[in-house]
Design a protein around this ligand. Structure first.
Ligand code: ATP
Length: 387
């Protein structure tokens, strides 16, 4: 399968163009035909499970890894074979790699000194970069005397002082505690706005990715699954994997039983519920995607389908329930008003709104049938469909 394009539209000005990029480490295929474009000043996040190739993509763009095939263009120039130090990019890593006994000022100035810039120019650029990351006043502090959050600010200043066109960030906040991480997310958004530098940001934290970027790249097993603005990824996922990985959607196997009209199809989900979706795709089988927050939970006997609570996770503003329903485990998210309303073992009624669900038809019918059979062996879908 060719990757869905994260590709230039005609007339777009692309800062970075990655084409047919592949990278193998022995037998391990880390990147498989990556196609991706990044506009000037854009904030693009790369999200995917551990081992899907995010870091390899970033390191290949930076020039730390040689691709097995494909090409990388920066500002229109082919840099595929160029060493890292010749590319107009800088990288911020997961952990700040600073010279511990040098001052904050000298850590930021280091690259400029090697580049032979005049002293006055160095001083002015370092002060500007430290002001940008809100570390003015800490210039003389030794690097080993700053906190984890401050150390990552020094790393950012050290990258930005070179005025790169593209900043690569490899999970830069993952070693920080939650409170500092949230504070730094806001700082990154501000720094991105103020500098106009393009950011390519790797993370496995979906909340972080969604809240930061203009466009989100979802990867799995070395391939791009979807490239789109976060809201589009959330509400129009291109595949069951994307729906599940971004936002923990429930996936109900479903079968389209008739084409009632030209625009609507009647679907039967495996819990026996029928509803129409505006979808003219020809596939007769697929998945109904239900976001946890689109599922309603009520006391047993209310309208809906009977289920049993199997797990409760109180998150503060909301509660996540796992509910067993006709052999499925369904995730339900409810805004919390006081304490969670239900406990493990409670009988409940589950209801969902078909207008807030998405139907993902399957491309390969044999595969679809096998998957549904495997998951839903106890439910005779075809019997229901024909009754
Ligand atoms: P994580 O979120 O855990 O950092 P990732 O999505 O960044 O994962 P990569 O680090 O890019 O994933 O790894 C992709 C695949 O390539 C993995 O199977 C990994 O084991 C393999 N890999 C990465 N670097 C090397 C290497 N230097 N030698 C051999 N295999 C490697």
């Amino acid at each position: 399968m060719r990757n869905p394009p994260g590709q230039p539209a005609p007339g777009d000005k692309w800062l970075l163009q990655v084409e047919s990029l592949g990278k193998a480490f022995g037998d391990v295929v880390a990147l498989d035909g990556i196609e991706l474009g990044l506009r000037e000043g854009e904030f693009v996040a790369v999200l995917g499970p551990s081992g899907c190739g995010k870091t390899t993509l970033l390191r290949t763009v930076a020039g730390f890894e040689r691709p097995t095939r494909g090409s990388i263009r920066l500002e229109g120039r082919d840099v595929t074979r160029e060493p890292a130090h010749k590319r107009a990019v800088n990288t911020v890593f997961q952990r700040a790699i600073l010279f511990p006994h040098l001052s904050v000022f000298e850590n930021v100035a280091f690259g400029l000194r090697i580049g032979g810039l005049p002293r006055r120019e160095i001083a002015s650029r370092v002060h500007e970069a430290l002001a940008l990351v809100r570390l003015s006043g800490l210039e003389q502090r030794r690097a080993h005397e700053v906190s984890g959050g401050q150390a990552q600010r020094v790393s950012l200043a050290r990258a930005l002082v070179n005025r790169p066109r593209l900043l690569l960030l490899d999970e830069p906040l993952s070693s920080l505690d939650l409170k500092v991480r949230i504070e730094m997310q806001a700082e990154l958004r501000r720094i991105h706005r103020e500098t106009g530098t393009a950011f390519l940001y790797v993370t496995h934290d979906q909340q972080e990715a969604i809240s930061l970027c203009d466009r989100l790249v979802v990867m799995n097993e070395g391939r791009i699954q979807q490239v789109a603005p976060p809201s589009e990824i959330y509400f129009q996922p291109a595949s069951p994997f994307v729906a599940w990985f971004v936002g923990n959607a429930n996936l109900l196997p479903a079968e389209a039983v008739d084409a009632a009209s030209d625009t609507a199809r009647r679907l039967i989900t495996s819990d026996g519920r029928a509803f129409s979706v505006a979808d003219s795709e020809s596939s007769a089988m697929g998945w109904v995607v239900l976001r946890p927050e689109a599922v309603r939970i009520a006391t047993s006997g209310s309208a809906g389908l009977p289920g049993e609570v199997t797990d409760v996770a109180f998150l503060g503003a909301s509660t996540i329930y796992e509910v067993r329903l006709f052999g499925h485990e369904l995730r339900v998210q409810e805004a919390t008003d006081g304490r969670p309303r239900f406990a493990i073992g409670d009988a409940v009624s589950i209801d969902y709104d078909s207008t807030r669900s998405i139907y993902l038809p399957k491309r390969n019918q044999d595969e679809a049938r096998a998957e549904v059979d495997e998951h839903e062996s106890r439910i005779a879908l075809s019997d229901r469909a024909s009754s």
